[in-house]
Ligand binder design. Structure first.
Ligand SMILES: NC(=O)c1ccc[n+]([C@@H]2O[C@H](COP(=O)([O-])OP(=O)(O)OC[C@H]3O[C@@H](n4cnc5c(N)ncnc54)[C@H](OP(=O)(O)O)[C@@H]3O)[C@@H](O)[C@H]2O)c1
Length: 334
């Protein structure tokens, strides 16, 4: 697969594999051996960038995802980039399927997290370590200071911020250079395009999570599609509601038309659009099936011209669209 560079020197496949869905948020966890097989298959197919987090798991197995990723990639550790995250936990007291998040980036909590992640991943270093959400009670300079220490100690080699805005990125970068941000970005969620000038100024990469709007942009989940209400966050996401299908008619038509014209799929158009927006953006779609994993990888070879991108952008800007999931609620208690 083609590669892209995040920050100054972190080379990754142009499409990464989001591993969350094997253990968390999209239905019951995948069978362990199937998940490991698919992650290895992805590594054999050209993916060199794998995304996980300390908190991707279930109530029964809260950190399962890092263990899966670690076990799957043990045989090719030196050829891949593993990204994981610290700094939040779920509010398990909530009855919601989509549990609120409690941010916690206190230095001693980060120190305990990094040791746990290294152990579960079965590695002596993490290639990209993100703060999963800002913590309003811990100055970002303090978090960046801990990152400097971890880099000095060789426990991590690069760091980043997830779902942060311009001010925090700038402050963080001034203490310890940031390699990448990881924010929500898709045709349905374009709010972080305002960060492009800052990322260019500071030479920071952009890892796009939920680049398919949680699967919606693949056009595979139409009216009446039923998600498991106990395990699948999509059962509560606005873009999948029946009412949203009417509002998104123009969006689905746009994707279908562009896909037909290029002889590719709507998922591939969505990912090619993300990559076409800037050369330092790397989407990390999640999937649990080998065919979709290959389909998403192939989008790295689809080039949309500047004219095609701007035609899509103008259409997106003018059309009616439903709301899209904007992330789990943040609660304050520690
Ligand atoms: N930093 C953060 O706070 C944060 C938040 C959310 C996610 N993430 C990361 O970003 C990754 C991706 O985000 P995401 O999983 O939320 O959303 P996504 O990649 O936009 O969508 C994933 C969904 O799309 C489906 N899908 C994927 N490729 C498909 C294809 N070619 N055709 C049809 N359906 C397809 C998958 O279903 P199947 O599995 O059934 O194929 C899955 O349900 C996660 O795995 C995680 O690593 C980070």
């Amino acid at each position: 697969m083609k590669t892209r560079t995040l920050g100054n020197d972190l080379t990754v496949s142009a499409v990464g594999l989001g591993c969350m869905g094997f253990s968390h948020a999209y239905g019951k966890p995948t069978d362990r051996s199937e998940a490991i097989k698919l992650i290895r298959h992805a590594a054999d197919s050209g993916y060199t960038f794998f995304d996980t987090a300390e908190i991707y798991g279930s109530a029964a197995d809260p950190h399962q995802n890092e263990e899966l990723v670690g076990e799957a990639l043990r045989g090719c550790r030196d050829k891949v980039v593993i990204a994981t995250k610290f700094g939040i936990r779920f509010d398990m007291s909530s009855p919601a399927v989509n549990k609120p998040l409690i941010p916690d980036s206190r230095p001693d909590v980060i120190r305990a997290s990094v040791e746990g992640s290294l152990k579960r991943l079965g590695t002596d270093h993490i290639d990209l370590y993100y703060q999963h959400r800002p913590d309003p009670d811990v100055p970002i300079e303090e978090v960046a200071g801990v990152m400097s220490d971890l880099i000095r100690e060789g426990k991590i080699t690069h760091w980043g911020l997830s779902e942060s805005g311009a001010e925090l990125i700038r402050r963080a970068h001034s203490v310890c250079p940031v390699t990448a941000i990881q924010n929500r970005y898709s045709m349905m969620a374009r709010q972080y395009e305002t960060l492009f000038p800052l990322l260019e100024e500071l030479h920071i990469g952009f890892v796009a999570f939920s680049p398919l709007a949680n699967g919606y942009l693949t056009t595979k989940y139409g009216k009446g599609f039923q998600f498991d209400r106990q395990y699948d966050y999509r059962s509560a996401m606005p873009q999948f509601s029946d009412e949203a299908q009417e509002k998104n008619r123009a969006l689905i038509d746009l994707l279908t038309k562009n896909a037909q014209e290029k002889g590719v799929t709507p998922a591939q158009i969505s990912l090619a659009w993300v990559m076409g927006k800037r050369p330092y953006i790397v989407p990390i779609p999640g999937t649990r099936t080998p065919e979709r994993m290959q389909e998403n990888a192939a989008s790295a070879d689809i080039v949309l011209t500047a004219q095609e991108i701007s035609a899509i952008d103008s259409a997106l800007e003018q059309m009616e669209m439903s709301e899209v999931f904007g992330g789990s609620k943040i609660t304050k208690q520690k």
